[in-house]
Structure formats: C-alpha cells, structure tokens
Design a protein around this ligand. Structure first.
Ligand SMILES: NC(=O)c1ccc[n+]([C@@H]2O[C@H](COP(=O)([O-])OP(=O)(O)OC[C@H]3O[C@@H](n4cnc5c(N)ncnc54)[C@H](OP(=O)(O)O)[C@@H]3O)[C@@H](O)[C@H]2O)c1
Length: 255
C-alpha cells in the first residue's frame, strides 16, 4: 500500500521510515521544510502544501507524526501549539475525507490526569487533560472522532530510542557521559515505549485500517528515577550522578 508520513524528521517519524524502508509498502517522508529524511514538504497547518503532495502521491493511508510535542513549549507558545496540534489535524482530516484516505494519528497519555488508582488507563477512561499540550492533543483527537474519516488514534507514553532527537534515553546518557548530575523524579510513573514498537503499531494500524482508539505502550511501570538508573546500567555509566528529586522540587512550565 501507499503510505504518507508527516513529521518524518521527528523521533517517531524516523523510526516509521526505517521500518517502511524494509517493507513492501511504498512510502514518502514529509516535513514542514525539506531536509533530513523528508523528500516532500507538508506543513500540516498549510492546506496547499498538503493538497499538492496528496494529488501527486495519492496515498492509501497517512501516518501523522507531525506535532508540537514539547510539553513546556506548548505551555508558553499556545497559539502555535493549537495551530499544529488541532488546526493541522483538522486539515489532515479534511484531506482524508476528500480522498478516502485512512488516517493514523498519534496521541498521548497526557490526556489523562494520572490520578487513576493502579495507574493503567484503558481506551474507555475519561480524559482529563492537565496542561495545554494535553488539551491540544485531546482536541486533535476530538476533531478526528467527530469526522467520518476512517481512523486509528494511537495513544502512547514517553517514547524513547537512540536518535539525535532528544528523548529520555539520549538526555540521561549524554548527561552521565559528560559527568554531569541528573535530577530525576521518583513520584511520576510512566510506561516508557520503545520508538520502534510504536512505529510498528502505526504501520500495522495503517495496513489494517484499524478503526478506533488504541493505547500503545511498553509494559513496565517505571518512575523517571528508575528509568534513569536502568539507562545508566545499560550503558555502564555512573548511577551516583543521578539525584532523586520530587516533582514539587522542579519548576516545570507544564504539569
Ligand atoms: N515523544 C514522546 O514521548 C511522545 C509521547 C506521547 C505522544 N507523542 C506523540 O507522538 C507524535 C510524534 O512525536 P515525536 O516524539 O516524534 O515528536 P518530534 O520528534 O518533535 O517530531 C514531530 C515532528 O513534527 C514536525 N512538525 C512540527 N510542526 C509541523 C508542521 N506544522 N507540519 C509538519 N511537521 C511539523 C517537527 O518538525 P521539527 O523537526 O522542525 O521540529 C518534528 O520533526 C506526536 O503526535 C506526539 O504528540 C510523543
């Protein structure tokens, strides 16, 4: 099948490209500007750029990995965040509707408030976004769900991998390699997700044109502190540089 990927230069977009390269599918990588692995320009906030590439490539599915994904930046650059994470999704939905394309969209566990006892959320749990990024991602989901477009929404958690794009693994590894201290909280627990697993899920959703919301994550519940220690152990780095802190000790823009 023909698959078009948006946000190809990101952490997830890159991993999708690598898997699609070793598959029978025809695919193209796009980003809002040329460079990196993107061969075509699609700025998801710009309908003209979407239309041009869709007319040329005529995909069966679009995997949308384009987003403003930095939680703290979304808190301060709200208009930009909304434009990409909501208006951009709206543009893709309209395109998929016009051309009969299946849409695979990546969302986040941040749409939940994290207060559920036991901490494991199902697809049916009630969202309760706590920050602007989360609000924008939930609004993006709603745009898709209120349309008649064939779609898969994959909600994922703390994606990691060895990639130039910063993520928890590269962040901790680089700090420890430089002999710098790292502050990691023990009171926030996540289920870290390996980027290749998420990429595989995105492609599978596109192949099956799977309809609905799917939670996609790693299986282990870990605090950031535990994640950091595991990374240090894996790369044989100095664990004693990792400081145990509490969320209330940090001055984060987003909750
Ligand atoms: N990473 C995580 O832990 C995590 C967790 C849950 C959900 N997600 C979701 O997973 C998806 C992929 O995230 P990621 O980690 O791969 O993020 P990422 O590395 O920041 O990749 C996002 C890509 O989208 C591009 N982009 C931004 N605005 C765009 C626009 N208007 N048009 C086209 N491309 C645009 C970015 O371009 P630049 O390269 O210029 O920045 C970047 O290459 C997002 O929907 C995110 O919300 C991620």
């Amino acid at each position: 099948m023909k698959i078009l990927v948006t946000g190809s230069n990101g952490l997830v977009g890159n991993a999708i490209h690598k898997l699609l390269n070793n598959s029978d599918h025809e695919h193209i990588n796009t980003s809002w500007s040329l460079g990196g692995i993107a061969s075509h320009v699609i700025d998801i906030t710009d309908n003209e750029s979407i239309e041009k590439v869709i007319e040329e490539f005529r995909p069966d599915a679009i995997i949308n990995s384009a987003a403003m994904a930095n939680v703290d930046s979304c808190e301060v650059e709200r208009d930009k965040c909304w434009k990409v994470n909501v208006e951009g999704v709206k543009n893709l939905v309209n395109t998929c509707d016009n051309y009969g394309i299946h849409l695979v969209h990546i969302s986040t566990d941040y749409i939940f408030d994290g207060k559920k006892v036991g901490g494991i959320y199902t697809e049916d749990d009630e969202p309760s976004p706590q920050g602007f990024y989360a609000e924008s991602k939930l609004a993006g989901e709603k745009v898709i769900l209120s349309s008649s477009v064939s779609s898969s929404i994959l909600r994922t958690i703390l994606v990691y991998g060895m990639h130039e794009r910063h993520n928890i693994v590269t962040f901790v590894k680089e700090k420890l390699e430089k002999g710098e201290q790292v502050n990691l909280v023990s009171d926030q627990v996540r289920m870290p997700t390996y980027v290749d697993d998420l990429a595989r899920a995105c492609i599978s959703a596109a192949e099956k044109k799977a309809k609905g919301i799917f939670n996609v994550s790693g299986e282990k519940h870990m605090s950031y502190l535990d994640i950091g220690k595991t990374i240090a152990e894996h790369f044989s780095l100095d664990k004693s540089l990792i400081n145990h802190v509490k969320t209330s000790d940090l001055n984060q823009a987003a909750k």
